[in-house]
Unconditional design. Structure first.
Length: 201
């Protein structure tokens, strides 16, 4: 799991997912964080792929302003946006915890914060809260708060259990199907039984 991009307590100001901005419903592909310590740190070790400011509004990434993208050691691209100042260059190797820049409000921003975004190698956004092990909701996060359990790990465990018990099967292409059609009640029963089997219910 990645580390938090700040050393001190942070505040989530806008979670990942759908939100209303300027009166319009918009998809927010990252999570907005405000750190007590303005120094933004690498959440994961890797190599700096981009370190630039985009000011040309014809470029879709102008909204990020001053930003850094690190190709993480896990194969994901991690974006750190709206920086006041960048402190790394393209090709530089960074370790988790290294300072990448200073939190700011460049680009399309309404105040100092870090827009933190994670994309896979196919350029699909991943849940950055799960990536960091924090709650995907507005509020305070203490630097010494235990990490939230990844939903991905829990769902992987549920899928493995359902496959082992003949409830679902794969088609060999990464798709899972139910062995037979089921109702919502049956699906909830399956989830409850799984939760009991791992001591969660």
């Amino acid at each position: 799991m990645a580390r938090l991009p700040f050393n001190n307590d942070i505040r989530v100001t806008s979670p990942y997912g759908w939100r209303v901005l300027d009166g319009q419903r918009q998809w927010h592909g990252g999570i907005d964080l405000v750190g007590e310590d303005y120094r933004i740190r690498a959440a994961m070790g890797g190599t700096v792929a981009v370190s630039q400011i985009v000011e040309d509004r014809a470029n879709a990434t102008w909204q990020w302003g001053n930003y850094v993208c690190v190709l993480g050691d896990d194969g994901n691209y991690i974006y750190y946006c709206h920086m006041a100042e960048r402190r790394v260059h393209v090709g530089q190797r960074v370790k988790a915890g290294d300072i990448l820049g200073i939190m700011g409000s460049t680009g399309y921003s309404f105040g100092d914060h870090l827009h933190f975004e994670v994309r896979d190698s196919a350029n699909r956004t991943l849940d950055p809260a799960a990536y960091l092990g924090i709650r995907n909701e507005v509020g305070e996060i203490s630097a010494d708060e235990p990490a939230a359990e990844s939903n991905t790990a829990w769902s992987d465990e549920a899928v493995a259990w359902a496959e082992a018990n003949g409830i679902i099967y794969g088609d060999g292409n990464g798709n899972l199907m139910l062995d037979e059609p089921c109702t919502r009640r049956q699906m909830v029963t399956f989830l409850h039984r799984f939760a009991k089997s791992i001591g969660r219910a």
